[in-house]
Ligand binder design. Structure first.
Ligand code: UGA
Length: 440
Protein backbone atom coordinates (compact mmCIF):
# COMPACT_ATOMS: atom_id res chain seq x y z
CA UNK A 1 0.00 0.00 0.00
CA UNK A 2 1.07 3.60 -0.47
CA UNK A 3 1.56 5.04 2.99
CA UNK A 4 2.67 8.36 4.44
CA UNK A 5 3.90 8.82 8.00
CA UNK A 6 3.69 12.35 9.36
CA UNK A 7 6.22 12.97 12.11
CA UNK A 8 9.53 11.09 11.92
CA UNK A 9 10.56 11.17 15.55
CA UNK A 10 10.93 8.02 17.55
CA UNK A 11 7.51 6.59 16.81
CA UNK A 12 7.22 7.79 13.21
CA UNK A 13 10.69 6.78 12.01
CA UNK A 14 10.29 3.28 13.45
CA UNK A 15 6.79 2.98 12.02
CA UNK A 16 7.85 4.18 8.57
CA UNK A 17 10.80 1.77 8.39
CA UNK A 18 8.69 -1.11 9.70
CA UNK A 19 5.92 -0.44 7.16
CA UNK A 20 8.53 -0.53 4.37
CA UNK A 21 9.81 -3.81 5.79
CA UNK A 22 6.26 -5.18 5.53
CA UNK A 23 6.33 -4.42 1.79
CA UNK A 24 4.55 -1.07 1.66
CA UNK A 25 5.65 2.01 -0.26
CA UNK A 26 6.32 4.64 2.41
CA UNK A 27 7.03 8.35 2.53
CA UNK A 28 7.94 9.89 5.89
CA UNK A 29 7.30 13.61 6.32
CA UNK A 30 8.84 15.81 8.99
CA UNK A 31 9.35 19.55 9.40
CA UNK A 32 12.89 18.98 10.74
CA UNK A 33 15.23 19.09 7.72
CA UNK A 34 18.18 17.64 9.67
CA UNK A 35 16.16 14.64 10.76
CA UNK A 36 14.94 14.09 7.20
CA UNK A 37 18.50 14.33 5.85
CA UNK A 38 19.79 11.85 8.38
CA UNK A 39 16.97 9.34 7.80
CA UNK A 40 17.36 9.74 4.02
CA UNK A 41 21.03 8.84 4.40
CA UNK A 42 19.99 5.67 6.23
CA UNK A 43 21.08 6.98 9.61
CA UNK A 44 18.76 6.84 12.60
CA UNK A 45 18.81 10.17 14.52
CA UNK A 46 18.54 8.18 17.80
CA UNK A 47 19.73 4.81 19.04
CA UNK A 48 17.35 1.94 18.38
CA UNK A 49 18.60 -1.60 17.76
CA UNK A 50 17.98 -2.81 14.17
CA UNK A 51 16.63 0.53 12.89
CA UNK A 52 19.73 1.50 10.85
CA UNK A 53 19.67 -1.90 9.11
CA UNK A 54 15.97 -1.49 8.28
CA UNK A 55 16.52 2.02 6.89
CA UNK A 56 19.27 0.79 4.58
CA UNK A 57 17.46 -2.38 3.58
CA UNK A 58 14.32 -0.48 2.52
CA UNK A 59 15.85 1.08 -0.62
CA UNK A 60 13.32 2.87 -2.87
CA UNK A 61 10.31 1.75 -0.86
CA UNK A 62 11.14 4.28 1.88
CA UNK A 63 11.68 8.02 1.37
CA UNK A 64 11.81 10.95 3.77
CA UNK A 65 10.88 14.53 2.93
CA UNK A 66 9.97 17.90 4.42
CA UNK A 67 7.36 18.52 1.70
CA UNK A 68 3.77 17.66 2.59
CA UNK A 69 2.97 17.65 -1.14
CA UNK A 70 5.14 14.52 -1.51
CA UNK A 71 2.47 12.46 0.19
CA UNK A 72 -0.10 13.06 -2.54
CA UNK A 73 0.14 9.54 -3.98
CA UNK A 74 -0.33 7.88 -0.58
CA UNK A 75 -3.84 6.82 0.43
CA UNK A 76 -3.15 6.01 4.07
CA UNK A 77 -1.60 8.68 6.30
CA UNK A 78 -0.28 7.80 9.75
CA UNK A 79 -0.01 10.68 12.21
CA UNK A 80 2.90 9.94 14.55
CA UNK A 81 3.89 13.33 15.95
CA UNK A 82 4.77 13.90 19.61
CA UNK A 83 2.37 14.91 22.38
CA UNK A 84 4.72 16.18 25.10
CA UNK A 85 3.65 17.50 28.48
CA UNK A 86 2.65 21.18 28.35
CA UNK A 87 4.97 23.64 30.05
CA UNK A 88 3.60 24.48 33.48
CA UNK A 89 0.75 21.97 33.33
CA UNK A 90 0.13 18.22 33.46
CA UNK A 91 -1.88 18.26 30.24
CA UNK A 92 -0.65 16.94 26.90
CA UNK A 93 0.41 19.52 24.33
CA UNK A 94 -1.61 18.82 21.18
CA UNK A 95 -0.07 21.55 19.04
CA UNK A 96 1.85 19.11 16.86
CA UNK A 97 -1.12 16.81 16.30
CA UNK A 98 -3.38 19.71 15.40
CA UNK A 99 -0.76 21.21 13.07
CA UNK A 100 -0.17 17.83 11.38
CA UNK A 101 -3.89 17.35 10.71
CA UNK A 102 -4.35 20.93 9.47
CA UNK A 103 -1.44 20.69 7.04
CA UNK A 104 -2.62 17.28 5.90
CA UNK A 105 -6.14 18.49 5.05
CA UNK A 106 -5.30 20.15 1.73
CA UNK A 107 -3.61 16.97 0.50
CA UNK A 108 -6.33 14.51 1.44
CA UNK A 109 -8.48 12.87 -1.25
CA UNK A 110 -11.92 11.33 -0.78
CA UNK A 111 -11.46 7.74 0.32
CA UNK A 112 -8.07 8.35 1.99
CA UNK A 113 -7.61 7.01 5.51
CA UNK A 114 -5.89 9.06 8.21
CA UNK A 115 -4.62 6.88 11.06
CA UNK A 116 -3.76 8.45 14.40
CA UNK A 117 -0.88 6.81 16.26
CA UNK A 118 0.12 9.56 18.68
CA UNK A 119 -0.89 9.19 22.34
CA UNK A 120 -3.71 11.67 22.84
CA UNK A 121 -6.25 12.64 25.51
CA UNK A 122 -9.54 10.80 25.11
CA UNK A 123 -11.89 12.81 22.87
CA UNK A 124 -9.18 14.05 20.52
CA UNK A 125 -9.96 11.59 17.70
CA UNK A 126 -13.66 12.53 17.60
CA UNK A 127 -12.68 16.19 17.30
CA UNK A 128 -10.11 15.55 14.58
CA UNK A 129 -12.49 13.27 12.66
CA UNK A 130 -14.78 16.25 12.03
CA UNK A 131 -11.89 18.09 10.33
CA UNK A 132 -10.72 15.06 8.32
CA UNK A 133 -14.22 14.18 7.11
CA UNK A 134 -14.63 17.63 5.50
CA UNK A 135 -12.30 16.33 2.75
CA UNK A 136 -14.13 13.04 2.18
CA UNK A 137 -11.34 11.15 3.95
CA UNK A 138 -11.86 9.08 7.13
CA UNK A 139 -10.07 8.83 10.45
CA UNK A 140 -9.11 5.74 12.49
CA UNK A 141 -7.18 5.62 15.76
CA UNK A 142 -4.58 2.89 16.00
CA UNK A 143 -2.51 3.30 19.17
CA UNK A 144 1.06 2.09 19.36
CA UNK A 145 2.50 0.00 22.18
CA UNK A 146 6.14 -0.19 21.15
CA UNK A 147 8.87 -0.06 23.75
CA UNK A 148 12.13 1.75 23.08
CA UNK A 149 14.85 -0.80 22.58
CA UNK A 150 12.38 -3.32 21.14
CA UNK A 151 10.58 -0.91 18.84
CA UNK A 152 11.05 -2.78 15.56
CA UNK A 153 10.04 -6.14 17.00
CA UNK A 154 7.04 -4.59 18.78
CA UNK A 155 5.90 -2.96 15.52
CA UNK A 156 6.43 -5.96 13.26
CA UNK A 157 5.05 -8.52 15.71
CA UNK A 158 2.73 -6.61 18.07
CA UNK A 159 0.95 -8.45 20.88
CA UNK A 160 -2.34 -6.83 19.87
CA UNK A 161 -3.81 -4.47 17.30
CA UNK A 162 -6.39 -1.88 18.30
CA UNK A 163 -8.45 -0.02 15.71
CA UNK A 164 -10.68 2.81 16.89
CA UNK A 165 -13.19 3.71 14.15
CA UNK A 166 -15.94 6.25 13.61
CA UNK A 167 -19.34 5.86 15.27
CA UNK A 168 -21.44 3.27 13.45
CA UNK A 169 -18.37 1.32 12.33
CA UNK A 170 -16.11 1.66 9.31
CA UNK A 171 -15.55 -1.60 7.46
CA UNK A 172 -13.40 0.13 4.83
CA UNK A 173 -11.01 1.43 7.47
CA UNK A 174 -10.85 -2.00 9.12
CA UNK A 175 -10.13 -3.70 5.76
CA UNK A 176 -7.40 -1.16 4.97
CA UNK A 177 -5.71 -1.59 8.36
CA UNK A 178 -5.97 -5.38 8.05
CA UNK A 179 -4.21 -5.15 4.69
CA UNK A 180 -1.45 -3.00 6.16
CA UNK A 181 -0.96 -5.39 9.07
CA UNK A 182 -1.58 -8.53 6.97
CA UNK A 183 1.50 -10.28 8.38
CA UNK A 184 0.42 -9.79 11.99
CA UNK A 185 -3.18 -10.72 11.17
CA UNK A 186 -1.98 -13.92 9.46
CA UNK A 187 -0.05 -14.74 12.65
CA UNK A 188 -3.36 -14.57 14.59
CA UNK A 189 -2.43 -11.40 16.47
CA UNK A 190 -5.48 -10.43 18.54
CA UNK A 191 -7.26 -7.48 16.93
CA UNK A 192 -9.77 -5.31 18.74
CA UNK A 193 -12.05 -3.08 16.68
CA UNK A 194 -13.66 -0.42 18.80
CA UNK A 195 -14.70 3.23 18.99
CA UNK A 196 -12.35 6.20 19.10
CA UNK A 197 -12.62 6.79 22.85
CA UNK A 198 -11.84 3.20 23.79
CA UNK A 199 -8.85 3.08 21.43
CA UNK A 200 -7.45 6.28 22.92
CA UNK A 201 -8.03 4.99 26.44
CA UNK A 202 -6.42 1.60 25.74
CA UNK A 203 -3.14 3.38 25.20
CA UNK A 204 -3.12 5.67 28.22
CA UNK A 205 -4.62 3.13 30.57
CA UNK A 206 -2.01 0.54 29.55
CA UNK A 207 0.77 3.01 30.37
CA UNK A 208 -1.00 4.02 33.60
CA UNK A 209 -1.22 0.35 34.62
CA UNK A 210 2.46 -0.25 33.91
CA UNK A 211 3.44 2.87 35.87
CA UNK A 212 1.23 1.73 38.76
CA UNK A 213 2.82 -1.71 38.78
CA UNK A 214 6.30 -0.17 39.00
CA UNK A 215 5.29 2.27 41.72
CA UNK A 216 3.56 -0.52 43.63
CA UNK A 217 6.77 -2.49 43.93
CA UNK A 218 8.71 0.68 44.70
CA UNK A 219 6.26 1.44 47.51
CA UNK A 220 7.05 -2.07 48.81
CA UNK A 221 10.71 -1.05 48.62
CA UNK A 222 10.01 1.77 51.05
CA UNK A 223 8.45 -0.75 53.46
CA UNK A 224 11.33 -3.19 52.90
CA UNK A 225 13.85 -0.49 53.73
CA UNK A 226 12.41 0.07 57.21
CA UNK A 227 11.77 -3.60 57.98
CA UNK A 228 14.91 -5.28 56.65
CA UNK A 229 12.97 -7.20 54.00
CA UNK A 230 14.27 -7.79 50.47
CA UNK A 231 12.06 -6.31 47.74
CA UNK A 232 13.59 -8.41 44.95
CA UNK A 233 12.68 -11.64 46.72
CA UNK A 234 9.26 -10.19 47.49
CA UNK A 235 8.76 -9.42 43.76
CA UNK A 236 9.89 -12.93 42.80
CA UNK A 237 7.49 -14.47 45.28
CA UNK A 238 4.39 -12.43 44.44
CA UNK A 239 5.24 -12.54 40.74
CA UNK A 240 4.89 -16.32 40.75
CA UNK A 241 1.17 -15.80 41.15
CA UNK A 242 0.24 -15.59 37.49
CA UNK A 243 -2.58 -13.18 38.29
CA UNK A 244 0.18 -10.76 39.35
CA UNK A 245 3.08 -11.77 37.07
CA UNK A 246 6.76 -10.93 37.53
CA UNK A 247 7.10 -8.52 34.58
CA UNK A 248 7.33 -4.80 35.44
CA UNK A 249 7.93 -5.61 39.11
CA UNK A 250 11.59 -4.59 39.07
CA UNK A 251 12.04 -2.26 42.00
CA UNK A 252 14.65 0.44 41.72
CA UNK A 253 14.98 3.99 40.56
CA UNK A 254 11.58 3.96 38.89
CA UNK A 255 10.20 4.94 35.54
CA UNK A 256 11.15 7.77 33.23
CA UNK A 257 11.33 8.40 29.51
CA UNK A 258 9.14 10.22 27.05
CA UNK A 259 5.98 8.19 27.74
CA UNK A 260 5.03 6.85 31.17
CA UNK A 261 5.59 10.05 33.21
CA UNK A 262 3.87 12.44 30.81
CA UNK A 263 1.11 9.98 29.96
CA UNK A 264 -0.02 9.49 33.57
CA UNK A 265 0.04 13.26 34.07
CA UNK A 266 -1.85 13.93 30.83
CA UNK A 267 -4.39 11.28 31.83
CA UNK A 268 -4.98 12.97 35.20
CA UNK A 269 -5.36 16.35 33.51
CA UNK A 270 -7.93 14.93 31.09
CA UNK A 271 -9.87 13.24 33.91
CA UNK A 272 -10.04 16.59 35.67
CA UNK A 273 -11.44 18.26 32.54
CA UNK A 274 -14.04 15.50 32.36
CA UNK A 275 -15.02 16.07 36.02
CA UNK A 276 -13.79 12.62 37.13
CA UNK A 277 -10.45 13.58 38.64
CA UNK A 278 -11.09 11.35 41.67
CA UNK A 279 -11.01 8.30 39.42
CA UNK A 280 -7.34 8.91 38.75
CA UNK A 281 -6.16 10.60 41.93
CA UNK A 282 -4.16 7.43 42.71
CA UNK A 283 -1.93 8.29 39.75
CA UNK A 284 -0.60 11.33 41.59
CA UNK A 285 0.59 8.87 44.30
CA UNK A 286 2.10 6.70 41.57
CA UNK A 287 3.99 9.76 40.33
CA UNK A 288 5.04 10.77 43.85
CA UNK A 289 6.32 7.29 44.79
CA UNK A 290 8.27 7.26 41.55
CA UNK A 291 9.94 10.61 42.21
CA UNK A 292 10.70 9.69 45.85
CA UNK A 293 12.96 6.87 44.63
CA UNK A 294 15.32 9.42 43.11
CA UNK A 295 15.62 11.24 46.43
CA UNK A 296 16.17 7.95 48.23
CA UNK A 297 18.97 7.08 45.81
CA UNK A 298 20.73 10.36 46.60
CA UNK A 299 20.20 9.76 50.35
CA UNK A 300 21.68 6.27 50.11
CA UNK A 301 24.70 7.53 48.19
CA UNK A 302 25.27 10.27 50.75
CA UNK A 303 25.03 7.68 53.54
CA UNK A 304 27.53 5.40 51.80
CA UNK A 305 30.15 8.16 51.55
CA UNK A 306 29.81 9.03 55.23
CA UNK A 307 27.04 11.62 55.36
CA UNK A 308 28.29 14.43 53.14
CA UNK A 309 28.63 14.40 49.36
CA UNK A 310 30.70 17.60 49.19
CA UNK A 311 33.96 16.85 47.38
CA UNK A 312 33.27 13.11 47.08
CA UNK A 313 34.08 11.45 43.77
CA UNK A 314 31.05 9.54 42.49
CA UNK A 315 31.08 7.28 39.43
CA UNK A 316 27.70 7.28 37.69
CA UNK A 317 27.00 4.21 35.56
CA UNK A 318 24.05 4.84 33.26
CA UNK A 319 22.30 7.98 32.05
CA UNK A 320 19.56 6.68 29.73
CA UNK A 321 16.06 6.22 31.20
CA UNK A 322 16.45 2.50 30.53
CA UNK A 323 18.96 0.19 28.82
CA UNK A 324 19.14 -0.18 25.02
CA UNK A 325 18.15 3.45 24.53
CA UNK A 326 19.95 6.79 24.26
CA UNK A 327 16.84 8.59 25.49
CA UNK A 328 17.37 10.79 28.55
CA UNK A 329 13.94 12.43 28.60
CA UNK A 330 12.83 12.47 32.25
CA UNK A 331 15.60 10.00 32.96
CA UNK A 332 15.81 9.03 36.65
CA UNK A 333 19.53 8.37 36.12
CA UNK A 334 20.34 11.81 34.75
CA UNK A 335 18.19 13.40 37.44
CA UNK A 336 20.13 11.60 40.20
CA UNK A 337 23.47 12.51 38.57
CA UNK A 338 22.60 16.21 38.57
CA UNK A 339 21.30 16.08 42.15
CA UNK A 340 24.60 14.55 43.29
CA UNK A 341 26.42 17.44 41.60
CA UNK A 342 24.07 19.91 43.30
CA UNK A 343 25.21 18.49 46.67
CA UNK A 344 28.84 19.12 45.80
CA UNK A 345 29.85 15.66 44.58
CA UNK A 346 32.45 15.35 41.80
CA UNK A 347 30.50 13.20 39.37
CA UNK A 348 32.03 11.27 36.47
CA UNK A 349 29.30 9.73 34.35
CA UNK A 350 29.17 7.16 31.60
CA UNK A 351 26.63 5.32 29.48
CA UNK A 352 27.04 2.98 26.50
CA UNK A 353 24.78 5.13 24.26
CA UNK A 354 23.40 8.20 26.01
CA UNK A 355 26.47 10.38 26.60
CA UNK A 356 25.71 12.73 23.71
CA UNK A 357 22.01 13.10 24.49
CA UNK A 358 22.85 13.66 28.17
CA UNK A 359 25.56 16.19 27.30
CA UNK A 360 23.06 18.24 25.29
CA UNK A 361 20.85 18.56 28.39
CA UNK A 362 23.55 18.72 31.04
CA UNK A 363 26.81 19.97 29.55
CA UNK A 364 28.13 20.71 33.06
CA UNK A 365 28.54 17.00 33.92
CA UNK A 366 31.83 15.18 33.24
CA UNK A 367 31.38 12.31 30.80
CA UNK A 368 33.77 9.45 30.10
CA UNK A 369 33.54 6.47 27.76
CA UNK A 370 33.82 3.49 30.09
CA UNK A 371 32.82 2.27 33.54
CA UNK A 372 36.47 1.77 34.47
CA UNK A 373 37.28 5.40 33.63
CA UNK A 374 34.23 6.64 35.54
CA UNK A 375 35.26 4.57 38.56
CA UNK A 376 38.82 5.88 38.71
CA UNK A 377 39.50 7.03 42.30
CA UNK A 378 35.77 6.99 43.07
CA UNK A 379 34.55 7.16 46.66
CA UNK A 380 31.38 5.37 45.51
CA UNK A 381 29.98 3.87 42.32
CA UNK A 382 26.26 4.30 41.61
CA UNK A 383 24.54 2.11 39.05
CA UNK A 384 21.55 3.98 37.62
CA UNK A 385 20.65 2.20 34.34
CA UNK A 386 20.81 -1.58 34.08
CA UNK A 387 22.81 -1.90 30.86
CA UNK A 388 24.14 -5.41 30.21
CA UNK A 389 27.68 -4.02 30.33
CA UNK A 390 27.10 -2.96 33.94
CA UNK A 391 25.20 -6.05 35.06
CA UNK A 392 28.18 -8.15 33.99
CA UNK A 393 30.89 -5.97 35.56
CA UNK A 394 33.55 -7.94 37.39
CA UNK A 395 33.69 -6.61 40.98
CA UNK A 396 37.35 -7.62 41.38
CA UNK A 397 38.35 -5.82 38.20
CA UNK A 398 36.41 -2.64 39.03
CA UNK A 399 37.94 -2.66 42.52
CA UNK A 400 41.30 -1.86 40.93
CA UNK A 401 40.02 1.55 39.73
CA UNK A 402 38.20 2.87 42.76
CA UNK A 403 39.35 4.68 45.88
CA UNK A 404 36.68 3.06 48.07
CA UNK A 405 34.89 -0.20 47.27
CA UNK A 406 31.33 1.03 47.67
CA UNK A 407 28.51 0.53 45.18
CA UNK A 408 24.87 1.60 45.24
CA UNK A 409 22.75 -0.51 42.91
CA UNK A 410 19.86 1.70 41.80
CA UNK A 411 18.34 -1.02 39.65
CA UNK A 412 18.73 -4.14 41.81
CA UNK A 413 20.55 -5.79 38.95
CA UNK A 414 23.80 -6.95 40.61
CA UNK A 415 24.44 -10.02 42.70
CA UNK A 416 25.01 -8.68 46.25
CA UNK A 417 26.82 -11.83 47.33
CA UNK A 418 29.42 -11.60 44.55
CA UNK A 419 30.08 -7.91 45.22
CA UNK A 420 30.31 -8.36 48.98
CA UNK A 421 32.62 -11.34 48.57
CA UNK A 422 34.89 -9.14 46.45
CA UNK A 423 35.16 -6.76 49.39
CA UNK A 424 32.60 -4.18 48.32
CA UNK A 425 30.09 -2.35 50.45
CA UNK A 426 26.94 -3.13 48.47
CA UNK A 427 23.77 -1.10 49.01
CA UNK A 428 20.57 -1.14 46.99
CA UNK A 429 17.06 0.27 47.00
CA UNK A 430 14.67 -1.94 48.96
CA UNK A 431 17.28 -4.51 49.96
CA UNK A 432 18.75 -5.18 53.38
CA UNK A 433 22.30 -4.20 54.32
CA UNK A 434 23.20 -7.75 55.28
CA UNK A 435 23.54 -10.53 52.70
CA UNK A 436 20.07 -11.79 51.69
CA UNK A 437 18.98 -15.34 52.34
CA UNK A 438 20.05 -17.53 49.42
CA UNK A 439 17.25 -18.09 46.92
CA UNK A 440 16.63 -21.80 46.45
C1 UGA B 1 6.36 2.48 27.39
C2 UGA B 1 5.42 1.26 27.30
O1 UGA B 1 6.04 0.11 27.90
C3 UGA B 1 5.09 0.95 25.84
O2 UGA B 1 4.16 -0.14 25.76
C4 UGA B 1 4.48 2.20 25.19
O3 UGA B 1 4.19 1.98 23.81
C5 UGA B 1 5.48 3.34 25.31
O4 UGA B 1 5.78 3.58 26.70
C6 UGA B 1 4.85 4.56 24.69
O5 UGA B 1 3.88 5.07 25.26
O6 UGA B 1 5.23 4.93 23.59
P1 UGA B 1 9.01 2.79 27.08
O7 UGA B 1 8.79 4.21 27.50
O8 UGA B 1 9.88 2.49 25.92
O9 UGA B 1 7.60 2.09 26.77
O10 UGA B 1 9.66 2.07 28.34
P2 UGA B 1 9.31 0.88 29.32
O11 UGA B 1 10.00 -0.34 28.90
O12 UGA B 1 7.85 0.80 29.56
O13 UGA B 1 10.02 1.42 30.64
C7 UGA B 1 9.59 2.64 31.23
C8 UGA B 1 10.37 2.94 32.48
O14 UGA B 1 10.00 2.05 33.51
C9 UGA B 1 11.89 2.84 32.36
O15 UGA B 1 12.47 3.97 32.98
C10 UGA B 1 12.22 1.56 33.09
O16 UGA B 1 13.51 1.59 33.65
C11 UGA B 1 11.15 1.54 34.17
N1 UGA B 1 10.84 0.19 34.69
C12 UGA B 1 10.33 -0.75 33.87
C13 UGA B 1 11.05 -0.08 36.02
O17 UGA B 1 11.50 0.78 36.80
N2 UGA B 1 10.75 -1.33 36.49
C14 UGA B 1 10.24 -2.29 35.70
O18 UGA B 1 9.96 -3.40 36.21
C15 UGA B 1 10.03 -2.01 34.35
Amino acid sequence: MKISVIGCGYLGAVHAASMAKLGHDVVGVDVDADKVASLSAGQAPFFEPDLPELLLEAGDSLRFTTEMADLNTATVHFVAVGTPQQQGSNAADLRFVDAAIESLLEHLKPGDLVVGKSTVPVGTAARLAERVETTGARLAWNPEFLREGFAIKDTLTPDRLVYGVRPGGDSDAVATLDEIYATAIAANTPRIVTDYATAELVKVSANAFLATKISFINAMSEIAEVTGADVTQLADAIGLDDRIGRKFLNAGLGFGGGCLPKDIRGFMARAEELGVDQALSFLSEVDAINLRRRSRMVDLTREVVGGDLEGKRIAVLGLAFKPDSDDVRDSPALDVATRLVAEGAIVTATDPQAIETARRRNPELTYVATAAEAARDADAVVLLTEWRDYKTLDPAELAESVNVRAIVDGRNCLNPVAWREAGWLYRALGRPQHAPVAVS
